[in-house]
Design a binder for this molecule. Structure first.
Ligand SMILES: NC(=O)c1ccc[n+]([C@@H]2O[C@H](COP(=O)([O-])OP(=O)(O)OC[C@H]3O[C@@H](n4cnc5c(N)ncnc54)[C@H](OP(=O)(O)O)[C@@H]3O)[C@@H](O)[C@H]2O)c1
Length: 264
C-alpha cells in the first residue's frame, strides 16, 4: 500500500469529496490531518475512518491567509513534513456576473485560489526538502471552460491550473508530483453551500448535482490516478466531458452551446 504511514493533509475534509478522500487514504493506512472550519463534522469524519487513531483534526479557514501560513508551520513542527497535500476546500457560485457583489467575487478567489496557494506555499519548502511529495488539487470542469452563473468560480479554478501546472514544472527536478482533478457534477453539498450574488448560500441542491457521481467514486479515481502518476484527470459524465473536448478542438461550437445554457 503506497500510502501506508504517509502523512496526508486534506483541506475541506468535513464534507463531500474531501470526506471521501479521507476514507480512501485511511483504507491505505495513511496518517491523516483533516482540516476545515467545522470541527464537529471533522470529528465525525475522523470517527468513520478506518484506523481513527491515526487521524487528527484541525481548524483551518483557508481564506484567512496569514493564519494559514502560521498554521502550516505549527503542523510541520508537530507532525513533520507532509507527504501528500490534498487541496480540496472550496466554495461555488450561483449568480450572473452582473448581479454578483464584488465582495463575493473576492471571497471566491480568496478561498478557491489564494487560500489553496497559501496552504501549498506554507508546506512546499519542507515537502521539497523531504522529497517525493505529492499535491492533489481539486479543480473543476469550470477550470477548463466557463459556464453561466459561475464566472468567479471559473476564474478561481482556471487560476489553479496556471499556478499548479507551473509548480509541477518548476519542481519536477525535486520529485514533486502534482495531480489536478477536474470533476463534473458530484453529489455533495456544493450547490447548497454555493454563494448567490449577495453572498448568501443558495441553500438548495441542484438537480444536476443530485444526479452526479458519488464522492466515493471520485475518491477512488483520485487514488488510482496518484498511483499511475497522472498529471490531470477529468471525472465527469458524457456532456461535461464532451465540453472539455469541444473547448480544445471546437471552441466556437462550445461557445455556441454554452450561450444557450440555462441562466436561472
Ligand atoms: N461537487 C461538485 O459537483 C464539484 C464539482 C467540481 C469541483 N468541486 C470541487 O470539489 C471541492 C470539494 O467540494 P464538495 O463538492 O465536496 O463540496 P462541499 O461538500 O460543500 O465541501 C466543501 C468543503 O470545503 C470546505 N471549505 C469551504 N470553505 C472553506 C474555507 N474557507 N476554509 C477551509 N475549508 C473550507 C468545507 O468545510 P467547512 O465548511 O467545514 O470549512 C467543506 O469541507 C471544491 O473545491 C469544489 O469546488 C466539486
Amino acid at each position: 500500500m503506497k500510502y501506508h504511514n504517509k502523512k496526508v493533509l486534506i483541506t475541506g475534509a468535513s464534507s463531500g469529496i474531501g470526506e471521501a478522500i479521507a476514507y480512501a487514504f485511511a483504507k491505505e493506512g495513511a496518517f491523516l490531518i483533516l482540516a476545515a472550519r467545522n470541527i464537529e463534522e471533522l470529528e465525525r469524519v475522523k470517527c468513520n475512518c478506518i484506523g481513527a487513531e491515526h487521524v487528527v483534526t484541525t481548524f483551518l479557514d483557508i481564506s484567512d491567509h496569514d493564519k494559514v501560513f502560521t498554521k502550516m508551520e505549527l503542523l510541520i513542527n508537530e507532525f513533520g513534513p507532509i507527504d501528500v497535500l490534498v487541496n480540496n476546500a472550496g466554495i461555488s457560485q450561483r449568480s450572473l456576473a452582473i448581479n454578483t457583489y464584488f465582495e463575493v467575487e473576492k471571497q471566491m478567489i480568496d478561498v478557491n485560489l489564494l487560500g489553496t496557494i497559501a496552504v501549498t506555499k506554507g508546506l512546499l519548502p519542507t515537502m521539497i526538502t523531504h522529497g517525493k511529495a505529492e499535491i492533489v488539487v481539486i479543480s473543476s470542469i469550470m477550470g477548463k471552460l466557463g459556464g453561466p452563473l459561475r464566472s468567479a468560480y471559473a476564474a478561481s479554478k482556471h487560476g489553479l491550473h496556471g499556478f499548479f501546472d507551473t509548480l509541477r514544472a518548476e519542481h519536477y527536478k525535486d520529485g514533486l508530483k502534482v495531480l489536478i482533478v477536474c470533476p463534473g457534477y458530484i453529489k455533495t453539498n456544493i450547490s447548497i453551500n454555493a454563494l448567490t450574488g449577495t453572498g448568501k448560500p443558495q441553500a438548495t441542491m441542484d438537480e444536476a448535482t443530485g444526479k452526479g457521481y458519488s464522492p466515493e467514486y471520485i475518491a477512488n479515481k483520485i487514488l488510482k490516478a496518484l498511483k499511475q502518476n497522472r498529471e490531470e484527470i477529468v471525472v465527469a459524465k458524457g456532456r461535461e466531458r464532451m465540453g472539455v473536448v469541444l473547448k480544445r478542438f471546437f471552441p466556437g461550437l462550445l461557445s455556441w452551446i454554452i450561450r444557450k445554457a440555462k441562466t436561472v
